[in-house]
Design a protein around this ligand. Structure first.
Ligand SMILES: C[S@@+](CC[C@H](N)C(=O)[O-])C[C@H]1O[C@@H](n2cnc3c(N)ncnc32)[C@H](O)[C@@H]1O
Length: 287
C-alpha cells in the first residue's frame, strides 16, 4: 500500500496543471491500437440519449486517437472532436478522416455559447484535470451546451478498486482470487521488469501530490505504468458537482451500465458514467 500523509496534511498539496500532458503525447500510438475497446456503461449511456441527440450537434472532448469518434459519429453528421494533445489530434485525423477533429482545450473552449446539443468526455479523460481545472471544464460545458443539452462523461470512482491500488503491472481491477492474482503479478513482473519498475518509480515520484478530501481525491491509476496523476470522485459528490455547474437530473451508471443508486454496487466499479442535462432557464425540459 502506498504510504500517504494524513488527510489534514494533504490539503496543502496540489496536482499541477498539465501534469499528464507528456503521457498523452507519448501514448497516441497506444490509443490508435486500442480502437475496439468499450464497456457496457459507455454503450448504455449513449443508448439512453441516442433518440434525443440523433442528428444534432455533438462535441466529443478528449477524443484521443478517435475511438469514440466512430461511436458518437454514428449518431450525427454534425460531429466535432477535440483534444488538447497535438499527437492525439494527428492520430484521430488519420484514423477518422471523415471527422472534424480540432485542437482544443476543455478548460477554454473556443465555441460559441449554446452551440452544442450534447457533449461527451469519455474514458475518464476529465480526471486528468486537477480539481480547479475540472470545475473550469464543467463551466465551459455548461456555457457551450444549449439549455436542455446533454452532458455525458465518465470519471474515476473514489470508492472503486483503482483508488489506492498497489503499484504493479496490472491494467484492470482484479477479479481473480488473491492467490491467482499474486501468481499473475509475479509472472508479469518477471516477463516485463521494465514496466514493473516504472510503475513503482512513478507511484513513488508522484506520491507527493496525492490528496484525499474524502469525497474527492488525487491519486494515480494502473494505466500507462501508473504515470498519470488523476482525480477521483464519489458518485454522490459527482451528482452535487454537476448540479453546482448548472446541470439537472444527473443519472449515474457503473461500468456495466447499472444504475449506481444502489450503494452495494458502488465499490466494484473503477469508474462510472454521469449523464446530466444542462439546466433549462425556462424550467421547461424537452420531452
Ligand atoms: C484516457 S484518454 C481517452 C481518449 C479517447 N476518448 C478514448 O476513449 O480512447 C484522455 C484524452 O483526454 C485528452 N485530454 C486531457 N485533458 C484535456 C483537456 N484539457 N482538453 C482536451 N483534451 C484533454 C488527452 O489528451 C487524451 O487524449
Amino acid at each position: 500500500m502506498i504510504d500517504r500523509p494524513d488527510h489534514e496534511q494533504q490539503q496543502t498539496a496540489h496536482m499541477p496543471a498539465d501534469t499528464n500532458g507528456s503521457t498523452w503525447t507519448h501514448t497516441a500510438p497506444v490509443y490508435s491500437e486500442h480502437f475496439n475497446w468499450n464497456d457496457a456503461g459507455e454503450r448504455i449511456a449513449i443508448q439512453q440519449v441516442a433518440d434525443e441527440v440523433r442528428d444534432t450537434r455533438i462535441l466529443d472532448v478528449g477524443v484521443g486517437a478517435g475511438r469514440t469518434s466512430w461511436l458518437v459519429g454514428l449518431l450525427t453528421h454534425d460531429y466535432v472532436g477535440i483534444d488538447y494533445a497535438p499527437a492525439m489530434v494527428e492520430a484521430a485525423r488519420k484514423n477518422c478522416p471523415w471527422a472534424d477533429i480540432q485542437l482544443g482545450d476543455a478548460r477554454a473552449l473556443t465555441f460559441a455559447d449554446d452551440s452544442f446539443d450534447m457533449i461527451f468526455f469519455s474514458n475518464a479523460g476529465i480526471d486528468s484535470l486537477n480539481h480547479d481545472d475540472r470545475s473550469r471544464a464543467l463551466d465551459e460545458f455548461a456555457r457551450v451546451l444549449r439549455p436542455g443539452g446533454r452532458l455525458i462523461y465518465s470519471t474515476l470512482n473514489r470508492c472503486g478498486p483503482f483508488y489506492g491500488a498497489h503499484a504493479g503491472p496490472t491494467h484492470a481491477p482484479g477479479k481473480l482470487p488473491t492467490p491467482y492474482r499474486a501468481v499473475r503479478f509475479a509472472a508479469r513482473a518477471a516477463l516485463r521488469p521494465g514496466e514493473h519498475l516504472a510503475g513503482f518509480r512513478n507511484v513513488h515520484h508522484n506520491s507527493a501530490v496525492f490528496e484525499d478530501h474524502g469525497d474527492w481525491a488525487i491519486d494515480t491509476m494502473p494505466t500507462h505504468s501508473w504515470s498519470l496523476i488523476v482525480h477521483y470522485i464519489t458518485p454522490d459528490a459527482a451528482r452535487t458537482e454537476v448540479a453546482d455547474h448548472g446541470f439537472d437530473s444527473a443519472t449515474v451508471l457503473d461500468f456495466d451500465g447499472q444504475l449506481l443508486d444502489d450503494a452495494s454496487l458502488v465499490a466494484r466499479s473503477p469508474w462510472f458514467y454521469v449523464l446530466a442535462r444542462r439546466h433549462s432557464d425556462s424550467g421547461v425540459q424537452p420531452a
